[in-house]
Design a protein around this ligand. Structure first.
Ligand code: FAD
Ligand code: DLZ
Length: 509
């Protein structure tokens, strides 16, 4: 098509030559980008996320201009309410015969786009930044009784030739080395200190804007730590390869008092907004292993997260939306406690995970899943409210990845589509994985009575509440048996204690 196009680039589509930018022609096509109220306000996003998105958009605009593109850019102060409003202004300013936009990552925005009445046709382009297409995932899922990430991951390993020996078998003889990646944190390693963010004039202006315009949102911008260009994101990733990947595997599931990020990569936000390419990061990690910079379990563990889990959750999202977002399979409706927005919990693990989440917009996977998510699951917090909270507080949160992880993996509200059993655990798990319990007023060794860790009674309360469902799930058989084996008076005492903890920690309406 030779007609000039107006290309709309969203704040999480910052990759040249991909999506709607593929085949874009400087001098012929015009780009439009806009910081708009609707996108900035649909949840109370963490300020770090808004700052990242706006600063990265502004740097991307300049990069496109330096490549010869005309970019119409509406910054937040120009007061555009919606992307549609910005697009309409863009169409007035150029003679485009078609509008192009890469498919958005959130269902709500895709629906909005499809309703737009424009003066020229709208062409929605496939998002080709993923390692599996939506069709590929649907085809794989079709006819399967149960979807399991592990099998999809193996398909992806073969498709992209990652960590394969010459004969096509998995390196080391196994597809998955997860069992080696579960060490708890006992403070035996130095945790490397991450280099600070480099803040130029554009980023400084954005930080000021976000502080001014979003006074009620979470996020302590005095601690801004993010890269905002592809080059900076790559520097952060290279730092990870050099200083953290070696310990990433064994401490992947660890919980530490000393650090919000331990040896994690902190790259999800860059991959999600298009500053880093998921295949490239996988290949670099494979290369680091082949160069002897980390062991196979670390490399495989990392690659499985990006190539396996990340693609898998996206597949589930598009396969099951919009009905997926309505699911609440365990009937969880207890209101989200106010302290989720302050971090004021006297449980040390929750306090740590919540405070860093609110201040930095970051928590690693085990904090999201086994501390905050586990509490929400055991307490039966309202699924929709919890999902909205997760979408708001993390810098890397976009619904295609946030929703299946929260609703499916953490809250088991999707009737087992994501995971065959709930990720439910007592205080003993949290104690095993790290050193928070040493600083906590509660003891993971006690189930009831003063000083008992609330995760313990809440765990059994949860099992008891859903006994009927769990009896039908072979993967829950052990938990059910352990509960039923307890003497009736003990069960009654645990349930009574659990009730009291619920009333204290998550009071009803
Ligand atoms: P690392 O631990 O270093 O892992 C490497 C990379 O693997 C990540 O950068 C990410 O790209 C990918 N990855 C790992 N696990 C997952 C996963 N389960 N799903 C998708 N990608 C994964 N991730 C998001 O990107 N956005 C979200 O909104 C989000 N919400 C989550 C909510 C819950 C309840 C849970 C349990 C997990 C969520 N995750 C989300 C997945 C995961 O926790 C984050 O990707 C990870 O913590 C980001 O930190 P990192 O870059 O240091 O990851
Ligand atoms: C997250 C975000 C924010 C805070 N602001 C904007 C914006 O002003 N303009 C924009 O184009 N994109 C923004 N984004 C990213 C979008 O919310 C994202 O593209 C959709 O949620 C689809 O994934």
């Amino acid at each position: 098509m030779n007609e000039p196009a107006l290309i709309l680039i969203l704040g999480d589509q910052l990759t040249p030559d991909r999506g709607a930018m593929k085949d874009a022609r400087p001098g012929t096509d015009t780009i439009v980008m806009a910081e708009v109220r609707e996108e900035a306000e649909y949840v109370p996003h963490n300020r770090h996320k808004i700052a990242l998105v706006f600063a990265a958009m502004r740097h991307f605009r300049d990069e496109l201009r330096s490549r010869g593109f005309t970019v119409l850019y509406f910054d937040y102060e120009q007061g555009k309410r919606s992307l549609l409003e910005a697009l309409a202004a863009g169409l007035q300013a150029c003679d485009a015969a078609v509008v192009k936009c890469c498919e958005p990552g959130e269902f709500r925005l895709l629906c909005a786009l499809q309703q737009w009445q424009l003066s020229v046709p709208l062409q929605i382009v496939e998002d080709d930044r993923f390692l599996a297409t939506r069709e590929e995932f649907s085809r794989w899922a079709q006819g399967r009784k149960q979807l399991r990430m592990e099998y999809f991951y193996r398909l992806m390993r073969r498709k992209h030739g990652l960590l394969l020996a010459d004969d096509g078998t998995p390196e080391g003889g196994k597809w998955n080395y997860d069992s080696l990646n579960r060490q708890g944190w006992r403070g035996k390693r130095d945790i490397p200190v991450r280099p600070p963010a480099s803040i130029d004039r554009i980023t400084a202006e954005v930080l000021e804007l976000v502080m001014r315009e979003f006074p009620q949102n979470p996020g302590d911008l005095s601690q801004f730590y993010l890269g905002v260009t592809a080059a900076q994101a790559m520097e952060h990733f290279n730092w990870f390869l050099e200083h953290a990947l070696g310990d990433f595997g064994q401490y992947q599931d660890a919980l530490a008092e000393e650090s919000p990020w331990l040896f994690h990569s902190l790259v999800s936000m860059y991959i999600n907004i298009g500053l880093l390419d998921p295949l490239r990061v996988c290949r670099e990690v494979e290369r680091a292993w082949r160069d002897g910079k980390c062991d196979l379990a670390a490399a495989e563990g990392f690659i499985r997260q990006v190539l396996g889990w990340r693609e898998y959750v996206r597949g589930i999202y598009w396969l099951a939306m919009p009905e997926y977002g309505e699911r609440n399979g365990l009937g969880a409706h207890r209101p989200l406690p106010q302290w989720f927005w302050t971090g004021d919990s006297d449980l040390r693990c929750l306090q740590s995970a919540l405070r860093q989440t609110l201040d930095l917009g970051y928590a690693h996977h085990i904090q999201r899943l086994m501390v905050i998510g586990n509490f929400a699951l055991l307490a039966g917090l309202d699924v929709e409210q919890v999902c909205d909270w997760y979408l708001a507080v993390y810098v890397d949160a976009f619904e295609w990845v946030e929703l299946p992880n929260t609703l499916g993996m953490a809250l088991h509200a999707d009737d087992g589509l994501m995971a065959s059993k709930p990720y439910a655990a007592s205080g003993k798990y949290i104690q095993r994985q790290g050193n928070h319990c040493k600083q906590c007023p509660y003891s993971p060794a006690k189930i009831t009575g003063a000083g008992a860790c609330p995760f313990n009674s809440l765990y059994w309360h949860f099992i008891d509440r859903h006994l009927h469902q769990f009896r039908a799930n072979p993967r829950m058989a052990l938990a059910v048996r352990n509960w039923e084996r307890k003497a009736e008076p003990e069960r009654a005492a645990i349930l009574e204690w659990g009730e009291a903890e619920l009333a204290r920690l998550a009071p009803g309406p």
